[in-house]
Design a protein around this ligand. Structure first.
Ligand code: ADP
Ligand code: MG
Length: 613
C-alpha cells in the first residue's frame, strides 16, 4: 500500500483531475446501482400483494426522515396502482429501471473514460523518463550494465508496469468505492448478518490468494524463458550469415526448439491454473452465498431481527454484487507487487547518478575559436576500473590550429586519450584543458559543441541522408548540407541513389558501404564546422580506393582547425605538426615525422613494419 502511494505521488500528479472525475463518476455509479435495486423491491411487494398495509401521506417532520421517505414512497406507489392499474405501473417501473440502468452504465463508462489517460500517460511518462536518462548517462555506465539488459527494462519492465499497475488503477478506484457503498447498505439492512459475512469472506479470500501466489511464481519463470527465446531469435537474425556459412541451422534450431518446448510446458501449467481460478472462485463464492443464505434465513425464521423477507432478498443481491469487486481487489494486490518489482528494476536506471555533471558556475566557452582551440593534457593518468592504469603521466600541449597525430599499437590507449577531451570519461589524476581551462569547468554541452568527432565505426541513423548529415546542426539549409557533402567527397554517390538526399540510410546505415558511411559522417563533421576535430582511426576500416577519397575529404576538413588524429596507417600522418607515439599508456616519443625517423626509435620501427607489410 505504501508503495502504491509512493508510485502515485511520483507519477500520477499530472493526472489528478482524471482521478477526481473518475472517483466522482464511480460514486455516481455505485449510488445508481444501489438505488435501482432498492427502487424495485417495495413496488414488487405491493404489486404482488405481499404488502397489504394502507399507507397515508405523512408530513416530513413527523418522524425520522428515512422512515417518512419510505412511507411516502409506498403511499405514492399505492396511489399510482389505484389510478393506473397494476400493469401500467409495472410498465412504468420497468421504464424507470431502464433509465436508471442507462445512467448507471454511462457513469461507469465515464469513470473508465477518465481513468484511461491516467494509465497510458503514466506509462508514456516512465518510458520518456527512461529514454532521457539513457541518453544522458555517460558512456561509462554502459560497460557495467549490459545494453540488452537496458533494452529489456525499457521494453519489458515498462510493459510489465503497463500490464500490472497501470491496468489495475481503474480497479483500484472503482472497487473500494463499490465495496464501501455495498457494505454501507448491508450494515443498514442488517448489521448482524454483515458481521457474519465478515467472518466467512476472509476465509474464501485466503484460499483464492494461495492459488494466486503459485500462479505468480510460475509466470515469472515463464517470463524469463520468453526473454531467453527472444534473445536467441535476435542473435540468430543478427548472425545469420555465420550460421549459414557454418551450416549451423540445425544446431540453432535444436537450441531454439528446446527453449520453446520449455516455455510451452510452463505456459500449459500457468494457463491450466488460470482456468482453474475462475470455476474455483465461482464455487467459493456460491458457498459463501449459500452459507449467508442459510444463516440469514435462519435469523428471519426465528424472528430475531427487523429484516423481512424482501429486505433479505435485497441484502443477498447487494452481497452478491460485493463479491466481484472484492475478488478484483485481492487480484490488484498481487499484480501491484509484480509491478513494483518491475519499477525497482527501472529505478536502478532512473536513479543512477551521472558523474559527468555541469559545474555550478561554468566558464563561458570563448566564441572566437575560428582557427581552432587549444587542448592540453597535464600529468593525466586514467583508469577505467580504478586498478589498471590505461594512461600514465600524459603531458601534451596542442596549440590552436595544430595537427597532432597519435600512433601506437592497438590497446596502447589512443582512443582513451581522445575520449577524455569531450568528457566521455573524467580523469582521476591530472587535468585535461581546453582553451586553458579544465574541461570540467565548461558546461558539457558547450564543451562538446566545439568538437567534431569521426570514429572508425561511422554511425548512421535510420533516417534520410539529409537528416543524418544535419544531425548535429539543426536548422542547416539544403545548400549547406550539399556543400558539406561535396567537401566530404560524398556528393556524387548520394546523388546516384534513387532519392538523393532524401534516401533512407537503412538500419544503422546498412544500405551503404563502409567508405560511403564514413564520408557521410565526415560531411556531418564538416557541416558542424568544429574548431577542434578528433579523428579516431577514421580511415582504418576502408579499402585503398575509398581511403583515398576519405583521406582527401579529411585533409580539406583538417584545414584551419585543431585536429587530433589517431591513425593506423602511418602514411596518412606524415604531414602532422606533431606525432606522439603511445606505448602501454605512456607517450614514449614525440616529434615530427622527420625527427622521429632520424631518432630510429619505436616510430621508425612501426613505419618499417608497415612498409614491409
Ligand atoms: P587504442 O585505441 O589505442 O587501441 P584503447 O584506448 O581503446 O586503445 O584501449 C586502451 C586500453 O583500455 C585497452 O587495454 C582496453 O582493453 C582498455 N579499455 C578500453 N575501453 C575500455 C572500457 N570501456 N572499459 C574498460 N577498459 C577499457
Ligand atoms: Mg582505438
Amino acid at each position: 500500500m505504501k508503495d502504491l502511494f509512493m508510485f502515485m505521488r511520483r507519477f500520477a500528479s499530472p493526472y489528478k483531475w482524471n482521478i477526481v472525475w473518475s472517483v466522482l463518476f464511480n460514486f455516481l455509479t455505485m449510488f445508481l446501482t444501489v438505488f435501482s435495486f432498492a427502487f424495485i423491491m417495495p413496488i414488487l411487494r405491493i404489486l404482488f400483494n405481499l404488502d397489504t398495509t394502507s399507507y397515508v401521506w405523512q408530513d416530513w417532520t413527523e418522524g425520522q426522515f428515512q422512515d417518512v421517505l419510505i412511507n411516502n414512497f409506498y403511499w405514492y406507489v399505492t396511489q399510482m396502482i389505484g389510478r393506473m392499474g397494476a400493469i401500467a405501473t409495472l410498465a412504468l417501473m420497468a421504464c424507470a429501471l431502464i433509465v436508471a440502468t442507462l445512467m448507471k452504465v454511462m457513469a461507469a463508462y465515464m469513470s473508465d473514460y477518465c481513468v484511461i489517460p491516467l494509465r497510458n500517460g503514466i506509462v508514456t511518462d516512465i518510458r520518456n523518463q527512461m529514454y532521457s536518462k539513457i541518453v544522458s548517462l555517460p558512456i561509462g555506465f554502459y560497460s557495467h550494465e549490459r545494453k540488452g539488459d537496458i533494452m529489456s527494462r525499457l521494453l519489458g519492465d515498462v510493459g510489465e508496469i503497463e500490464a500490472s499497475v497501470a491496468a489495475s488503477l481503474a480497479g483500484l478506484v472503482k472497487n473500494p468505492i463499490q465495496i464501501i457503498g455495498y457494505l454501507f447498505v448491508m450494515v443498514v439492512l442488517s448489521w448482524k448478518l454483515t458481521v457474519f459475512v465478515f467472518v466467512i469472506l476472509p476465509i474464501a479470500g485466503w484460499i483464492m490468494g494461495s492459488v494466486g501466489k503459485k500462479l505468480k511464481a510460475a509466470s515469472l519463470e515463464a517470463q524469463n524463458m520468453l526473454g531467453t527465446i527472444l534473445s536467441t531469435a535476435e542473435e540468430t537474425i543478427g548472425g545469420l550469415k555465420v550460421i549459414k556459412a557454418f551450416n549451423a541451422e540445425g544446431h540453432m534450431k535444436k537450441v531454439f526448439d528446446s527453449e520453446t518446448d520449455t516455455y510451452k510446458k510452463l505456459s500449459n501449467g500457468i494457463q491450466r491454473r488460470w482456468s482453474l481460478a475462475h470455476p474455483m472462485s465461482e464455487f467459493l463464492g456460491t458457498i459463501a452465498v449459500s452459507v449467508v443464505l442459510w444463516f440469514g434465513g435462519a435469523i428471519i425464521i426465528s424472528g430475531e431481527t427487523a429484516i423481512d423477507a424482501p429486505g433479505f432478498i435485497y441484502y443477498m443481491v447487494i452481497f452478491y454484487s460485493l463479491i466481484n469487486p472484492a475478488k478484483e481487489l485481492t487480484k490488484v494486490g498481487y499484480t501491484l507487487r509484480k509491478g513494483m518489482a518491475a519499477l525497482q528494476r527501472i529505478d536502478k536506471i532512473l536513479d543512477a547518478e551521472n558523474p559527468i555533471k555541469d559545474p555550478e558556475s561554468p566558464e563561458e566557452m570563448p566564441s572566437n575559436l575560428k582557427r581552432g582551440g587549444s587542448v592540453a593534457f597535464k600529468n593525466v593518468s586514467f583508469s577505467y576500473d580504478g586498478e589498471r592504469y590505461v594512461l600514465k603521466d600524459i603531458d601534451l600541449k596542442i596549440k590552436a590550429g595544430m595537427t597532432v597525430a597519435l600512433v601506437g599499437q592497438s590497446g596502447s590507449g589512443k582512443s582513451t586519450l581522445v575520449d577524455l577531451i569531450p568528457r566521455f570519461w573524467d580523469v582521476a589524476h591530472g587535468t585535461v584543458e581546453v582553451e586553458s581551462h579544465p574541461v570540467q569547468s565548461y558546461r558539457v554541452n558547450d564543451l562538446r559543441s566545439v568538437m567534431g568527432i569521426v570514429n572508425q565505426e561511422p554511425i548512421l541513423f535510420n533516417d534520410t541522408i539529409y537528416n543524418n548529415i544535419a544531425f548535429g546542426t539543426p536548422g542547416a539549409t539544403m545548400e549547406e548540407v550539399v556543400e558539406a557533402a561535396k567537401i566530404a567527397n560524398a556528393y556524387e554517390f548520394i546523388m546516384a541513389t534513387e532519392k538523393g538526399f532524401e534516401t533512407m540510410a537503412g538500419d544503422r546505415g546498412s544500405r551503404f558501404s563502409g567508405g560511403q558511411k564514413q564520408r557521410i559522417s565526415i560531411a556531418r563533421a564538416v557541416l558542424k564546422n568544429p574548431p577542434i576535430l578528433i579523428l579516431d582511426e577514421a580511415t582504418s576500416a576502408l579499402d585503398t580506393e575509398s581511403e583515398r577519397l576519405v583521406q582527401e575529404a579529411l585533409e580539406r576538413l583538417m584545414k584551419n582547425r585543431t585536429t587530433i588524429v589517431v591513425a593506423h596507417r602511418l602514411s596518412t600522418i606524415a604531414n602532422a605538426d606533431l606525432i606522439c607515439v603511445l606505448q602501454d599508456g605512456r607517450i614514449v616519443e614525440k616529434g615530427t615525422h622527420k625527427e622521429l625517423i632520424n631518432n630510429a626509435g619505436v616510430y621508425k620501427h612501426l613505419v618499417d613494419m608497415q612498409n614491409i607489410g
